[in-house]
Design a protein around this ligand. Structure first.
Ligand code: UDP
Ligand code: MG
Length: 320
């Protein structure tokens, strides 16, 4: 019998866990053609998520919990999940039930037809602030235009991945992870399944504006070097313009003389150039910081406990 894993990263989700347990149990009980396992990755929650997850494991052995040593962020929590799942395919979903488990059988159907990466395509985004929706759309348009590998719009982390994809993703062990880009990078046969994104069941979103902005910068810097190219181009244009202006001033001084004046021109050009230089340095710094972090080659995460058993060797591969 084929085995399907469901991977759920969780950070302070104690309010939704009872509902999650019920919905997933119902799904697994209704589809007995497959073996099921649920891998809950507790991403260093500060509430009762860890103990509740353990209680779920004790109640139903199909539920497993991986307890990370601290909060690493969702992207890293997912990698810990990829290392742990044992199914022939894996479905990733959010703990807050914005990704309805009822869509999973449709994904499995596509998988059985031979697709390796079946992603959920949002047709509605549920309750989200208007500005966030707009900004998110704008961002994806921008990212789409700047990269060679397309990143799909309105596609999140709700997806089914074949074992081949999971193993491919496990090979990509960068510290700064932007998994949405990685799915596209690894390729494989993709299919989409539309779904209506529900509202968050309970609790509140962990992604405030600053965190989202961080993820957005991550997306661009881990995915494209175009900002560097852009800096070069702007630098080039400004240099050429400065040269032309310099020649103009030289000739003018030689031909008609120069009574000292021009304070505004001076200030404007100094400020402008200063701005361009600082911006360029900032962009280069973003990339440098990433090189710095990746060059340390640290393990991306550490595991504290699996199913209540303490882990002493840090990273562990598979649930027995
Ligand atoms: N999450 C996580 N680690 C974090 C932040 C979030 O594992 O540091 C999980 C969270 O528990 C949820 C999923 O990532 O299962 C999506 O988070 P959330 O629902 O807060 O984001 P939104 O749906 O608002 O984008
Ligand atoms: Mg959510």
């Amino acid at each position: 019998m084929k085995k399907i894993s469901i991977l759920v990263p969780m950070y302070n989700e104690q309010e939704v866990l009872p509902a999650l347990f019920d919905r997933l149990s119902a799904l697994m009980d209704a589809n007995t053609d497959y073996d099921w396992e649920v891998v809950m990755v507790n991403d260093g929650s500060s509430d009762n998520t860890a103990s509740m997850a353990l209680a779920m494991h004790e109640r139903d052995a199909r539920f497993h919990c991986v307890d990370l040593s601290r909060n690493y962020g969702k992207e890293t929590a997912m990698l810990a999940g990829f290392d742990t799942v044992s199914g022939d395919c894996t479905v990733i979903m959010d703990a807050d039930l914005q990704h309805p488990p009822e869509v999973i059988p449709k994904m499995v159907e596509k998988w059985e037809q031979g697709y390796d990466d079946v992603y959920g395509m949002r047709i509605t985004r549920g309750k989200e602030p208007w500005l966030r929706k707009k900004l998110s759309l704008l961002y994806y348009n921008l990212l789409q235009r700047t990269t060679r590998v397309p990143v799909l719009k309105n596609v999140g982390d709700f997806r089914l991945l074949d074992r081949a994809c999971i193993n491919a993703l496990r090979k990509l062990r960068e510290t700064h992870r932007y998994t949405k880009g990685l799915y596209c990078y690894i390729g494989f046969r993709k299919a989409e399944v539309p779904f209506e994104q529900a509202d968050r069941e309970a609790g509140e979103t962990k992604w405030n504006f600053v965190r989202l902005l961080g993820l957005a910068i991550e997306g661009i810097t881990s995915y494209t070097t175009l900002p560097l190219r852009f800096a070069t181009i702007v630098g080039g244009i400004v240099s050429v313009a400065a040269m032309l202006y310099l020649m103009f001033i030289l000739f003018k001084t030689v031909l008609v003389g120069e009574p000292v004046a021009g304070f505004p021109t001076l200030m404007v050009s100094i400020l402008f150039l200063g701005g361009v230089i600082l911006l360029t340095l900032g962009v280069m710094g973003e990339y440098l910081a990433r090189i710095f972090d990746e060059s340390k080659r640290r393990p991306v995460y550490f595991i504290r406990e699996i199913d209540g058993k303490r882990q002493t060797d840090g990273c562990v591969r598979e649930i027995e």
